[in-house]
Design a protein around this ligand. Structure first.
Ligand code: PLP
Length: 473
């Protein structure tokens, strides 16, 4: 049975491992990594053990311990290039892809993405500081958020970062900060485009139940209001329709909606040179997933925006997009050590690993599916068994993969879970006071630590014990 991760979501114990169903194929399409299950540098060594970026995964575990996030530099760079080159190839005007850093925010990823010529979208002071310290030029950063604090806005304004105006509250806060900006504050305006995506269908409505952006009927009032704001400069418009989307039609329709808004904004005198269509391209988590390629996604949007502008007699804007998941997910592999085993006769066998919902909250949050193998036996063996991979947290729902097929695994063996580069580390927690994993970047046989492993003592750093509680009576 081959299910897509979207179809299977929320439908109980359906899951997939590489060995169940289709044959495991390391690597895959180097031009559009989001269509692969594994990083593009995945190979088997002479003994059939899995390597990524020229590094044997089980050897990384000996050096760095588990759980361990492994990031493949070649996959990350290939994905950045796929976005950049597709935009150049299919869009007749200027363009820029901005990495939606909420998917996985770190100094190392920022530096790589900046070196590949991309920009970045941040949604908090933390992501913004990571971007700036990681070397992303401020003029290539935008700050998003439906409830930005005055401090976050002040940081953006002081550093020359473009602010995406999300609501009237943003406007009021910015107006107070503007005198310190030393020039017009650069803004984009986010509105709800009335296109709602589900993974296998989408609907268009006038008003959407979304906390993000200006409602469509507020678009004209806010554009008119901004005409009178000498402190502001409206550089562009933004909309984002959803995430893990496999269809191209919603993005094609978005182009028309945004071109209408662009025409309105320009007719009121706003420069509006940029059109930012957000992110949302899906990736392959399990064998049954079949997302479009980056090239097809960019081409659809580029051609639709160009056509929509031509029809309306609008000068071509610079085309911006904001890929998050599709830029980093496939580059990431999480390694765990198998520990205890509990076989419930007639029910299922649980194998527990040394991480779980704190390093990957997606299964418990969204019933997300993943693919996993034993790092040293990725092709499986003659005898396979069905097991459920449980995390170590005090929560029955802390299950990473249900009913997957693996070679009989002893404690101490290394489990590799694929496509964990997006929304794993960034959504992680310290639940049960479990420290966060280390992360390494692998490239050409070299591994560089990019995130140090948190230690249990680190978790006490911000605790305060009032003196009156320490006196022993
Ligand atoms: C989450 C988000 C993105 C990235 O979405 P992906 O599905 O990860 O590509 C881009 N832009 C905005 C405004 C977002 O909220």
């Amino acid at each position: 049975m081959v299910l897509s991760s979207a179809q299977a979501a929320g439908q109980g114990p359906t899951s997939s491992s590489a060995a169940a169903g289709t044959a495991f194929e390391p690597g895959g399409d180097p031009l559009s990594p989001n269509r692969n299950l594994t990083p593009i540098t995945s190979r088997l060594d002479a003994m059939g053990r899995l390597e990524v970026g020229g590094c044997l995964l089980s050897e990384l575990v000996r050096r760095y311990g588990t759980p361990l996030y492994v990031l493949d530099e070649a996959t990350l760079r290939a994905t950045c290039r796929a976005y950049r080159e597709s935009l150049e190839r299919f869009y007749p005007g200027p363009s820029l892809a901005l990495y939606a850093s909420k998917a996985n925010s770190s100094l190392a990823i920022t530096a790589l993405v900046a070196a590949e010529g991309l920009g970045l979208d941040a949604v908090s002071a933390g992501e913004l500081l990571t971007a700036l310290d990681g070397g992303m030029p401020p003029e290539r950063i935008v700050l998003h958020g439906n409830n930005k604090s005055a401090e976050e806005l002040a940081l953006a304004v002081a550093r020359g970062v473009t602010v995406v105006l999300d609501n009237w509250h943003d406007l009021e806060l910015l107006e107070e900060l503007a005198p310190e900006a030393g020039g017009p504050v650069r803004l984009m305006l986010r509105f709800t485009p009335g296109i709602e995506c589900h993974t296998h269908e989408y609907i268009r409505t006038g008003h959407l139940d979304s906390k993000f952006g200006f409602d469509p009927d507020q678009l004209e009032p806010v554009l008119r209001h901004l005409v009178g704001c000498a402190w502001a400069r409206l550089d562009g418009l933004h909309a984002h329709i959803g995430s893990q989307i496999f269809e191209l039609d919603p993005h094609r329709d978005l182009a028309g909606v945004m071109a209408d808004a662009l025409g309105l904004a320009r007719s009121l005198g706003h420069p509006c040179g940029d059109l930012n269509v957000g992110g949302g391209l899906g990736i392959r988590y399990v064998a049954g997933d079949d997302p479009p390629s980056i090239q097809a996604w960019v081409r659809t949007i580029a051609e639709a925006v160009a056509a929509a502008c031509r029809e309306r007699g609008l000068e071509l804007p610079r085309l911006l997009c904001e890929p998050g998941r599709s830029l980093v997910a496939t580059a990431g592999v999480t390694l765990y050590t198998v520990g205890s085993r509990k076989a419930i006769p007639g029910m299922r066998t649980y194998l527990s690993v040394d991480g779980g919902m704190s390093d990957n909250p997606r299964p418990i949050t969204y019933q997300s599916l993943y693919t996993a193998v034993l790092a040293d036996q990725p092709m499986g063996t003659e005898t396979m068994e069905s097991v459920t991979i449980a995390g170590k947290h005090c929560e029955s729902g802390d299950v990473l993969l249900k009913d997957i097929s693996l070679p009989p695994a002893r404690s101490g063996e290394v489990l590799a879970v694929f496509a964990t580069g997006a929304y794993n580390a960034s959504m992680g927690s310290n639940y049960n006071r479990i420290p966060r994993p280390a992360a390494v970047l692998v490239h050409d046989g070299q591994a560089d630590l990019v995130q140090r492993r948190e230690q249990p003592e680190d978790l006490l750093r911000y605790d305060v014990l009032p003196a009156r509680l320490t006196s022993v009576s």
